[in-house]
Design a protein around this ligand. Structure first.
Ligand SMILES: [Zn+2]
Ligand SMILES: [Zn+2]
Ligand SMILES: [Zn+2]
Length: 322
């Protein structure tokens, strides 16, 4: 009976999450790997439990197997049965949520997954703060899974839930104070709903040293998690990537005009042109919208790489005249 297996899997999920949080709380660097591994396994199991409860009459492998194969049913047809004993990974779980008509909860497990894979393959240099952030960003996911399961996470997880709540509050407060240092910069409001990502450690806790600076090209960037220094150029690139990277990717995929371009004035890959926004996030210049010689309207792609005032054709013609 599936029913006898179901509580078993839920119990495993809860135990794994609790063990992960205990490992984490021990402050023993030797238990860091175990913390990430246990916590990740627990979150994944919890998600699987959500699927099982959607199909209580099915066997667990019928719901959770990675692959299936047809078997003759002796009545002229076939039945589809699980093949092997591998169960779904995180990507497949998400896919199967759609199949089972379940909404995937908010919350970001990609940081946890990355951390886990790093540990798996080499010795991660991830710092304590990165792990804190990863636990914090999984919080809404665990919360959402428990909501689907119609169970109370505080009751089920006990002290581990308290720790997760604290981490979430800690991380939210840290992020707010980082964001506050960027308040004078011209595009700060656009950063409200996106997450920056430190190129060194992946943390979202990036800030500028001088909170009164309002000039993007004078930013002295820093990461609160790994203490890495980030140049103004690097910082603004991260900002543009965080705000417009997704749209730029989609535009490229659809064969449209790129959203993020090299700036004709400063040369940084921080010029955004998308119909609404037209300007450079680094030098704040706006490219000429028509060629100074032939008066043809220009998009950022038509501007000559040699001169911000002329189209590529005119620039070429004028250099030839010389
Ligand atoms: Zn960092
Ligand atoms: Zn520029
Ligand atoms: Zn021209």
């Amino acid at each position: 009976m599936a029913a006898s297996v179901t509580p078993h899997l839920l119990q495993n999920a809860i135990t794994s999450i609790q063990l992960g949080i205990e490992d984490y709380r021990s402050n023993d660097p030797r238990r860091t790997i175990s913390a990430v591994r246990n916590f990740y396994a627990g979150v994944l199991l919890l998600g699987k439990q959500c699927l099982l409860e959607q199909a209580p009459d099915a066997g667990p492998m019928q719901v959770l197997a990675t692959s299936f194969q047809p078997m003759p049913d002796d009545a002229g047809g076939v039945t589809i049965v699980p093949k092997g004993f591998r169960t779904i990974d995180l990507g497949e779980l998400r896919e199967r949520f759609k199949q089972f008509d379940l909404d995937w909860p908010k919350g970001d497990i990609s940081g946890l997954q990355r951390l886990r894979n790093e540990f798996e393959h080499f010795h991660s240099s991830a710092q304590d703060t990165t792990i804190r952030q990863v636990i914090a960003s999984c919080f809404p996911l665990v919360d959402g899974f428990f909501e689907i399961l119609d169970r109370n996470p505080a009751q089920q997880l006990g002290a581990a839930w308290e720790t997760m709540l604290e981490e979430e509050r800690f991380f939210t407060a840290q992020k707010a104070s980082c964001h506050l240092t960027l308040k004078s910069l011209p595009w700060c409001a656009e950063l409200k709903d996106v997450e920056l990502s430190c190129p060194n450690c992946g943390s979202a806790l990036l800030y500028q040293v001088d909170p009164n600076n309002d000039d993007p090209s004078s930013i002295e960037g820093r990461c609160r998690a790994c203490d890495d220094i980030i140049t103004a150029e690097g910082f603004v690139s991260l900002v543009v990537e965080a705000i417009h990277g997704g749209d730029d990717y989609l535009a490229a995929k659809d064969g449209g005009e790129p959203v993020v371009n090299d700036c004709p004035d400063c040369g940084q890959p921080t010029y955004v042109q998308n119909g609404e926004i037209d300007g450079c996030y680094f030098c704040q210049q706006r490219a000429a919208s028509e060629c100074a010689r032939c008066k043809t309207p220009m998009s950022i792609n038509d501007v000559s790489v040699n001169s911000p005032k002329f189209c590529t054709y005119c620039d070429h013609m004028m250099t030839k005249d010389d």
